[in-house]
Design a protein around this ligand. Structure first.
Ligand SMILES: Cc1cc2nc3c(=O)[nH]c(=O)nc-3n(C[C@H](O)[C@H](O)[C@H](O)COP(=O)(O)O)c2cc1C
Length: 358
């Protein structure tokens, strides 16, 4: 952790987590020089679904819910930034407090509930940056009170296809009651059919990824993989936060309702990632997310089957220089191992991870 990161963290941890988040967005919006120059290296480039990623590390959804700072995030070194989740109508989300730090575990529990300003606000901001370089994905969701949740996803595809490098269909937030039931086979089949039809009707056709929960058993993973394959979804993002409470030290807040992210999620989300890679085969895109906080954990996601990696909670504990440090660590690694490309690592610990108990 750099000195600047340490000072920044001390300052931000003096505020409640949601205020700290707002301040960090404000700092990025103002263009404060909070991290070093982006790291570039040919060997980190990844070509996937027709997109040339400058490196495999992305900012996960949920940090920039309203598409306020995607370019500032790219400026921290990320190869891509995912904005959202955005829902058709703005919604306030759950009552506060709704984000909790589990400092001893380097984890967070959140039950935000898709608080966001809605499609119009996000579209306005994305339209204003149209034509700019940089890979920006848009993560779409459904309003809590929607009478037609699948329709909300269709609207998301239609609205954001012209602006998004890729679209993420997020049905794995634990904080919108009933949302995760869309992962069950029949509902998922209908959702994916309609989402793909909406993309087929759009003038621009970005890749579509499905973001899944880590709290799925093998039979459910098999159903998801079968639907993803049948409906020709471009890829899967594994995973969202978990509702399980895996041996935590922070007993005082571990009982809070919501999704757990950060270090304790690494193992479980990496096992699910490897199992999904096994089920989908080598050609489908997979983004690994959950508990990445170092070059070593990022490389392990790739070894377990990920093409790309995302982080969120790691940034809360390590600060904005984390992407640069992860990328520098990756370069040191490819140099030491004399790899031509970071891609050469993919799947080389697939069996190890897939055979672990969930
Ligand atoms: C405060 C917070 C808000 C989040 N909001 C979203 C969201 O809106 N949409 C989404 O797909 N994932 C959301 N996530 C999940 C992250 O994108 C990611 O999948 C998860 O946190 C695991 O990664 P991590 O351990 O690196 O944080 C959120 C996570 C956190 C901590």
């Amino acid at each position: 952790m750099s000195l600047l990161d340490r000072v920044g963290q001390k300052l931000l941890f003096g505020f409640d987590p949601e205020t700290a988040h707002g301040l960090s967005i404000a700092a990025l919006r103002c263009g404060l020089p909070i991290a070093g120059r982006p790291v570039r290296d040919e060997r980190l480039k990844v070509s996937l679904c027709g997109i040339d990623f400058p490196n495999p590390l992305g900012m996960a959804a949920g940090y920039d819910k309203n598409a306020e700072v995607p370019d500032a995030l790219l400026g921290l070194g990320f190869g891509f930034a995912e904005v959202g989740t955005v829902t058709p109508l703005s919604q306030a989300g759950n009552p506060k407090p709704r984000i909790f730090r589990l400092t001893a575990d380097e984890a967070v529990i959140n039950r935000l509930g898709f608080n966001n300003e809605g499609h119009d606000a996000a579209e306005r901001r994305l339209a204003a940056r149209r034509g700019r370089a940089g890979i920006v994905g848009v993560n779409i969701g459904a309003n809590k009170d929607s009478a037609d949740r699948i329709g909300d996803y269709e609207r998301g595809v239609t609205r954001f296809a012209p602006y998004a490098s890729y679209l993420t269909v997020n049905i794995s937030s634990p904080n919108t009651p009933g949302l995760r039931t869309m992962q069950a086979r029949e509902q998922l089949g209908e959702l994916l059919t309609r989402v793909m039809a909406a993309r087929a009707a759009a003038s621009v056709k970005p890749p579509i990824f499905l973001k899944i929960a880590p709290d799925l058993v093998e039979a459910e993973l098999e159903d998801i993989a079968a639907e993803v394959t049948e409906k020709q979804i471009d890829g899967v993002i594994v995973s969202n936060t978990t509702i399980s409470r895996l041996s935590l030290h922070s007993a005082a807040v571990a009982g809070e309702t919501g999704g757990l992210s950060g270090k304790p999620l690494f193992e479980r989300s990496t096992i699910v990632l490897a199992r999904i890679r096994k089920l989908l085969g080598p050609d489908r895109a997979i983004i690994g997310v959950g508990g990445v906080d170092s070059a070593q954990t990022a490389l392990e996601k790739i070894r377990a089957g990920a093409d790309l990696v995302q982080i969120y909670t790691g940034m809360i504990y390590a600060g904005p220089s984390l992407p640069g440090r992860i990328l520098s660590g990756m370069i040191r690694f490819v140099e030491k191992e004399r790899l031509k490309s970071i891609r050469d690592l993919r799947d080389n610990r697939l069996d190890f991870w897939a055979s672990k108990q969930l």
